[in-house]
Structures are given as structure tokens and as C-alpha cells.
Design a protein around this ligand. Structure first.
Ligand SMILES: Nc1ncnc2c1ncn2[C@@H]1O[C@H](COP(=O)(O)OP(=O)(O)O)[C@@H](O)[C@H]1O
Ligand SMILES: [Mg+2]
Length: 254
């Protein structure tokens, strides 16, 4: 069953006189990869930041699973399962991969010191469950063989996957990724998108800003094209790629 996860209705965000996002409406449903592309400065990151509650929208409303989240703050939105995977971009380089996952798992659960002192039994049980969950995610990302290696020894692509894994510790239903393949070599970029595709099989959805169009277009189910704060084109990747206005957006009037 296809469920509308995220509904953006008439969202605008301006900075002084600049309309970074100018009346955007779109829907994101479950179990799919959704792309967002457009030239530099077209407002992609601003749209994400507005959805995540980092910026307050000037106009419009945002709904996540039918709940209005327009005026919620970032941690409330995170707790509902709408997660920006690279929110905490730094890994603890000297901690091993598994411990990095466990730290992420504790971050958002209000890990109370008193609780750990007085309810040791249930606290230990929770720790074991957390470790099992972390290993399951590492297996999905094909990082499980590196669980005990220091995060500092990972390649660029593996570090990105680990950051994605940390986001998954929050049990999200929708992940927003801003340029996941940036700075990653072509093969690793592709395997990263393959892992993302695997995760979609479990019902997760991804909304991804990506400049590496050849990658995104191979994996996305639907692509939104932004220009000057508006959605100017949308469709299945081959349709978008063949649309003359797509090149116009990137190349201007030339
Ligand atoms: N915090 C901010 N303050 C002022 N202007 C901003 C801010 N963030 C973005 N902008 C402006 O909004 C426009 C869209 O930027 P951005 O959303 O980063 O585009 P993109 O991610 O598509 O490259 C740009 O003109 C940018 O300069
Ligand atoms: Mg950006």
C-alpha cells in the first residue's frame, strides 16, 4: 500500500528579499527513492531545512503522516521518524564502527543516568537490543565485517554509509539526504545507492538531493527539478532527462 509520508503544501521561505523557496507543493510516498535536483542556489537545501524545522516556513504547511509539522522544532520532527541522515556529520574516529552506531542510538532516547543506575537490568536489556539493531543495520549496509574497526579507518564511501547507518538507528520512515555521493568515488557512490535501494525494500523512503545525476537517475523512482525556488519539472528520470526544459534549467538560454 502506498502511503503519503510527506506532504508539502505551498511552502515559501525567503531571506530578506530572496525567495529561496517560492510556493512549493509536492508529495513523497513510502518505499521509494525520490530525487531533488537543480542548479546551485535553486533552493534545494533551503527546502530540506524548512521540512526539518531548521528554518521556519514563511508560507504554507508541511504534513508528515497526516500530522502538521510546520511549526515543530527539529528534534520533534526527528522523533516522528523524519530524519536527515547527515545531521551529525562527524564520526568518532577512534571509536569502532559499532560504537559509533550505539552512540547514535542513545542520542535521541533520553538516556538518563539515574535510569541506568537504578534499573540496571532493563538498562542492560536495552543495550543488548540496541547492539542487535546496530548489527542488523550494519549487515544491511554491508559494513558488518568492519563493526570492530575504528571509524577512522573507513574509506570515504564507507564513512558515508556509516553516517547513513547512524540515521537508521532512529528507526526513521523517511530519510532526507543532501548530496550523499558528493566526494565519493563513482563505484562507491553506486554501491551506496544500491544499499539505499535495498533499504527501500523494507518500506523506508528516501528524498535525495544529488548533483551526480547519472547515479540518481538510475535509482530514483521520481525526480523533482527546482529552479529559482520553484519546481519547474517533475517525472520519471527518463522523461525528465528527455525534456528540453531540463537542459534549459541547467544551461540557461544558451
Ligand atoms: N541562511 C541563509 N541566509 C540567507 N540566504 C540564504 C540562506 N540559505 C540559503 N540562502 C540563499 O537562498 C538561495 C537558495 O540556496 P540553497 O537552498 O542553498 O540552494 P541549493 O541547495 O539549491 O544550492 C540562494 O540564493 C542562497 O544564497
Ligand atoms: Mg544545497
Amino acid at each position: 500500500m502506498e502511503e503519503i509520508l510527506l506532504k508539502i503544501k505551498g511552502i515559501s521561505k525567503h531571506f530578506g528579499g530572496v525567495y529561496a523557496v517560492n510556493g512549493i507543493s509536492l508529495d513523497i510516498t513510502s518505499g521509494k527513492i525520490w530525487g531533488l535536483v537543480g542548479p546551485n542556489g535553486s533552493g534545494k537545501s533551503t527546502l530540506f531545512n524548512t521540512v526539518l524545522g531548521i528554518h521556519q516556513a514563511d508560507e504554507g504547511n508541511i504534513y508528515f503522516k497526516d500530522r502538521c509539522i510546520t511549526n515543530l522544532v527539529p528534534h520533534q520532527i526527528f522523533d516522528l521518524g523524519l530524519v536527515y541522515a547527515f545531521q551529525v556529520p562527524r564520526l568518532f574516529q577512534t571509536l569502532n564502527v559499532l560504537d559509533n552506531m550505539l552512540v547514535a542510538g542513545r542520542e535521541h532516547k533520553g538516556d538518563k543516568l539515574l535510569f541506568s543506575l537504578f534499573f540496571r537490568k532493563s538498562w542492560q536489556k536495552k543495550e543488548i537490543e540496541l547492539a542487535e539493531k546496530a548489527m542488523e543495520i550494519l549487515r544491511l549496509l554491508k559494513l558488518d565485517h568492519l563493526a570492530l574497526s575504528p571509524a577512522g579507518e573507513l574509506s570515504g564511501g564507507q564513512s558515508k554509509l556509516l553516517e547513513l547507518g547512524k540515521g537508521l538507528m532512529a528507526s526513521p520512515t523517511l530519510l532526507l539526504l543532501d548530496e550523499p555521493a558528493a566526494g565519493v568515488n563513482p563505484n562507491l557512490g553506486r554501491s551506496m545507492f544500491e544499499r539505499i535501494e535495498d533499504l527501500c525494500q523494507t518500506g523506508l523512503s528516501f528524498f535525495i538531493i544529488e548533483h551526480r545525476l547519472e547515479l540518481l537517475f538510475d535509482f530514483a523512482h521520481w525526480v523533482y527539478v527546482m529552479d529559482k525556488g520553484k519546481i519547474v519539472l517533475e517525472g520519471k528520470p527518463p522523461e525528465v532527462a528527455e525534456d528540453p526544459s531540463f537542459y534549459h534549467v541547467y544551461l540557461g538560454d544558451e
